[in-house]
Design a protein around this ligand. Sequence first.
Ligand SMILES: NC(=O)c1ccc[n+]([C@@H]2O[C@H](COP(=O)([O-])OP(=O)(O)OC[C@H]3O[C@@H](n4cnc5c(N)ncnc54)[C@H](O)[C@@H]3O)[C@@H](O)[C@H]2O)c1
Length: 478
Amino acid sequence: MDGSSGREPGFRDSVDLMFNRAAALMDLPPGLEEKIRVCNSTYVVRFGVKLRGRITTFTGYRSVHSEHMEPVKGGIRYALSVNQDEVEALAALMTYKCALVEAPFGGSKGGLCIDPRAWEEDELERITRRFAYELAKRDLINPSQNVPAPDMGTGEREMAWIADQYRRMNTTDINANACVTGKPIHAGGIQGRVEATGRGVQYALQEFFRHPEDMAEAGLTGSLDGKRVVVQGLGNVGYHAALFLSQEDGAKIVGVIEHDGAVVREAGLDIPSLRSWIVNHGGVRGYPDATFVENGASVLENDCDILIPAAMEGVINLSNAERIRAPLIIEAANGPVTAGADDVLRKRGTVIIPDMYANAGGVTVSYFEWVKNLSHIRFGRMQRRQEESWHRLIVDELERLSADKGLGWTLSPGFKERYLKGAGELELVRSGLDDTMRGAYQAMRQVWHERDDVSDLRTAAYLVSIARVAASYRAKGL
Ligand SMILES: NC(=O)c1ccc[n+]([C@@H]2O[C@H](COP(=O)([O-])OP(=O)(O)OC[C@H]3O[C@@H](n4cnc5c(N)ncnc54)[C@H](O)[C@@H]3O)[C@@H](O)[C@H]2O)c1
C-alpha cells in the first residue's frame, strides 16, 4: 500500500526523479546516467504450496538493479502490497545505499506477496523454503552472486530457513552460510545485526547533532537530550531506533504510529513496555499509559523536533506534506517521503536525512556478517590479538607520560582491565557501524555545504553515490 495521492508518481519513478535531480548536476559520459538508473532485471516467480488441504499460489520477486559490484545485496520483504514497482525501487535504493557507505555490493531486493500474520510458523517455513529454492536455482540467492537479508515482515527466522535451504541444495559449497545475512547467531549470524538498522539511525542522528551548522538548517539547537520524537512503525527498525534514542540519548518519544492507530504521551512513552503490548495485542490500541489516536497517520503532522518514519514508503506525500511540522525528518524506512513531498518540504526548509544513508546500518552490519562467514573465523578473534598489543602500547605510553611529567594520572583498574582485554564481537560491530555512519555523513555534508547548487542532504547523498557507481563502471568497463 502506498499512502501517496493519485497525482504522484509510483515509488520507482519517485526514486528516479530524485536520482535525475542529482545526475543533472553531474558531468557523466553520455548514456552512463541511464545505465546507472535503470534496473537490470526482475525475476517474477509464481509457485504453489499445498497448505490446509489446498494449493495456494504465491507471487515472488527478486530484482537486480546494478551489478557494478557483486554479489548484489538487498532484503526480502513479506507483505501483501509487494509488487514489481516497489521491489525495483527498493533494489535501486540498495545500489545507492551500498555505494554511500562503501559496502562492496551491487543493489538488489526481493519480495513475496503474502500476509505473514495469516500463516502458522510451520506453514511460513514451507513457503519460505520453496521461495528460497526458486531463487537459489537461478543464482538469485548465492554467496558470490546475490545475498538477501531481512526486510519488512521477515527476520532472523526466515533468514535461517533460507540459509538452510541453500545449504541443502549446495552441499559442497563451503561458503553456503554467506548466502544470506541477518541469520541468528547460532546459525552463522553476527552480534548486533538485529539492532543494526535502528542503531544506525541513532548513530546518524548523533552525527547530525555534532554539527551546529547542520542543526541550524533545521532550526535546532542543543543535543538529542530532551528532543521530542515521533516514530512511525515500532517494528525492527523503529523499535531499536526509539529504544536507543530514549534510553541512551535522553530523547522523548512523544508519539508512536502503528498500523491500527497511534499513541501519544507528552511525558514520553516507555518503549519496551509499548513494544511488548504490540507483540501481545497485535497493535497499539488499548495501551494503558498513553492517549490513543484512531487516525494514526495524522500524528505524522504533530508538533515534534524529529520525525522518524520507520514503516513503509509513500507516507509523507502531497496530501500531507504541507502539514508536516517536524523541522527534521530522518527516513528510517525506505522511500517514506515521495518526490513531490520532498520538493514541498525542501522549499520550506525541512531537513531530511535521506533513507539511503539513514537506514544503511542494516547493510553495513550485513557486510560484516558476510565477511565473517567467508573468513570462517569467529569475528573479533584475530583483531583482538592485534588490538591487545595496541591497547597495551597506549596504556604504557599514558602511564610513562604521566610519570615523566609528574602529572600523577592513574587509570582505574576496571577501565584498564576492560581496555586491555580488547573488544568483543558486539563492540567491534558497533564501533565499525558508528565509524561507517560518521564517515558517510561527512561525505554527504561536505557536498551539501560546499556546492552552491546543492541545497539538501538527499541530493548530496545521490551525488556521492552516483559518482562512486560511475567510477566503478568506468574502471571496469561495461
Ligand atoms: N530490517 C532492516 O534491517 C531494514 C534495513 C533497511 C531498511 N529497512 C526499512 O525499514 C522499514 C521497516 O522495516 P522493518 O524491518 O522494521 O519492518 P517490520 O516488519 O519489522 O516493522 C514494520 C512496522 O511497521 C508497522 N506498520 C505497518 N504498516 C503501517 C502503517 N500503515 N502505519 C504505521 N505502522 C505500520 C508494522 O506493524 C510493524 O510494526 C521498511 O521500509 C524497510 O524497507 C529495514
